[in-house]
Design a binder for this molecule. Structure first.
Ligand SMILES: *Cc1c(COP(=O)(O)O)cnc(C)c1O
Length: 443
């Protein structure tokens, strides 16, 4: 980095610009630039890296301090002893240039103050939960959750004296009020607090939506909002089609493996939200590790340049494919957010969602044998778990992702043996329709 050489005139403790000087230009023609524009350069100054237009990958475990006083300042920043921007790089378990630029750009999509990146969605979720909870606490969460998230709360946190109260995704304001009351009573009984309300919306694989606004109102009525953040897993619709911070959430969690990464070639996670919450989670990440590696962070910077294009195209494709599937004689139904049949769910969708996304459930007439024949006949779509990639994927949650969920609970969550989960990609929509057409003919 050409102008980062040691300057003896600057040997006292004055921060040198390491990244793009702030405030950088984020307005043009009197209007704020949109995220799609900012993804090409925000947080990065080519002049600091030999004028390379793209951010180089910084493969290093540690960073050289300009002088001893700067080393002390950087540690004060990292440990929260010093207020203000964290402008010092210290050690790669804490931060790095690729990760910090990625975090700046992730925050933009959600309109958040700050963001963190992780080595997986699950490391983001587990570090968040560990940062929030003390022994005796009660987590309130929506259901269904991603199976590993549910397991982490129910099995791992239980070992540390943390319990939970779940509520169904579509719960009404009255039901939410009851849930908060019950959680408060349980926490008092256990000598703890309710330190986290954890949501996932839409839920996997049924696409059931949570009323974030109603959860916020119930939270505000029963708990101190400054001690009980609402976090939401926004992997299925974010960052384009749902902006939870605008509806009352405090923290937004992502598996960046899915739509944000978008090419089925990396595993990563992210959290965005208010600085106060993010700082507490950062402290836990500093201790545990789990930050994304520089190469993955770089790949995500590449992915963020096209996330809007990809999600728009995938969403248009899904709309066309679902229009074809809707009346098909071998299709029993669809769990697609563009074709909601329940009035309460439609109301939540209208208030919270900007688009239907491209992951949905397809109910085949019949059961497991019919679903398997359909999956085995697909030629363009690939038979694989995960979602949000450029290619269309299909899987059978009943016997794959949710195989370990007890049958009773599967039934309650609507995970039937004729449910095929589909994640539509960015292929030509007519090719996708032709593929689904011939695969349904094989059923
Ligand atoms: C995939 C996924 C996760 C876990 O993310 P990983 O990157 O696989 O660790 C969490 N939540 C949802 C909704 C997911 O789809």
């Amino acid at each position: 980095m050409a102008n980062n050489t040691h300057d003896p005139m600057n040997a006292v403790d004055t921060p040198t610009p390491r990244r793009k000087p702030k405030p950088e230009v984020t307005e043009i023609g009197g209007r704020k630039m949109k995220p799609a524009t900012l993804m090409m350069g925000h947080g990065y100054d080519p002049a600091l890296s030999e004028n390379s237009i793209k951010v180089p990958i910084f493969l290093t475990s540690t960073f050289v301090f300009e002088n001893a006083a700067a080393g002390r300042r950087h540690f004060e920043e990292q440990t929260g002893m010093r207020e203000g921007p964290k402008d010092g790089l210290v050690y790669s378990r804490f931060n790095g240039p690729n990760q910090e630029i990625l975090e700046d750009r992730l925050a933009i999509w959600d309109g958040a103050e700050d963001a963190l990146c992780f080595s997986s969605g699950m490391s983001a979720i587990s570090v968040l939960i560990l940062a929030a909870c003390n022994s005796g606490d009660v987590i309130v969460h929506s259901g269904p959750l991603y199976a590993a998230s549910e397991g982490f709360i129910a099995k791992v946190m239980a070992r540390y004296g943390v319990t939970y109260i779940p509520f169904p995704a579509g719960a009404s304001p009255e039901e939410l009020d009851e849930v908060m009351k019950a959680a408060k009573a349980k926490a008092e009984e256990q000598g703890g607090e309710v330190p986290l309300i954890y949501l996932e919306s839409p839920g996997n694989p049924t696409n059931a939506l949570v009323d974030i606004q109603a959860v916020k109102e119930a939270r505000d009525a029963h708990f101190d909002p400054a001690r009980c953040p609402i976090a939401i897993d926004n992997t299925f619709l974010g960052p384009l089609w749902q902006r939870p911070l605008e509806h009352g959430a405090d923290l937004v969690v992502y598996s960046l493996t899915k739509y944000v990464g978008g090419h089925s070639d990396l595993v990563a996670g992210g959290i965005t939200g208010g600085k106060k919450w993010i700082d507490a989670i950062r402290a836990m990440r500093n201790t545990m590790g789990g930050i994304a590696d520089p190469n993955t962070a770089w790949m995500l910077l590449r992915s963020l340049e096209t996330v809007e294009l990809r999600m728009q195209r995938a969403s248009e494709n899904a709309e066309k494919v679902c229009a074809f599937l809707k009346g098909h004689p071998k299709v029993e139904g669809l769990g697609y957010l563009g074709m909601i049949e329940d009035a309460r769910q439609q109301d939540i969708y209208d208030r919270h969602c900007l688009g239907a996304g491209s992951t949905f459930s397809l109910f085949i007439k019949g059961g497991e044998p019919e679903s398997y024949r359909f999956l085995d006949a697909l030629k363009v779509a690939k038979l694989a778990v995960s979602l949000g990639g450029t290619e269309t994927l299909a899987s059978h949650p009943f016997s794959m992702t949710h195989i370990s969920v007890p049958d009773e609970r599967k039934k309650m969550l609507g995970i039937t043996d004729n449910l095929v989960r589909v994640s539509i990609g960015i292929e030509d929509p007519d090719d996708l329709i032709a593929d689904f057409d011939q695969a349904l003919a094989a059923v």
